[in-house]
Design a protein around this ligand. Sequence first.
Ligand SMILES: [Cu+2]
Length: 171
Amino acid sequence: MHAKRKTALAVGAVLAPVLALSLPASSASAHGYISNPPSRQAQCAAGTVSCGAIKYEPQSVEGPKGLTSCSGGNSGFAELDDDSKGWAVTPVNRSQQFEWKLTARHSTSTWQYFVGGEKIAEFDDGGAQPDATVTHQVDFGNKTGRQKVLAVWNIADTANAFYACIDVNVG
Ligand SMILES: [Cu+2]
């Protein structure tokens, strides 16, 4: 009786750290990315461009707020920063809709869109929880031709943001 109880406790003690380790992994797979026009990570996931680990988790490009890179500072996703990788360029209108696909609906401070380091659009959700699909109408103003858009989803209750780059040709 005593021995059996000891075994159960030992198993519990072994399992607890395993569970603790597996939790960050599962929450790491649940975030969001721009699906349309297809972002770089969306093109990886779709097989439009051949990529490494990012193709299995296009929603996971998470990093500290305030970054300006397509990879969100993740060395494992560094290929997203490579402008010469052969990304498909989507023709878009001067006023274009961008669609986020969220696998976890984190409460949101702002959504931002940058072109050439300049912020061209910002949408303030004031901490609200977004739907699983979020669309924004973005006006390119005087920016035309081939552009790389950096889209940022700033989370309200963490220090992090999600990043996506979209290659477009503004007509
Ligand atoms: Cu998440």
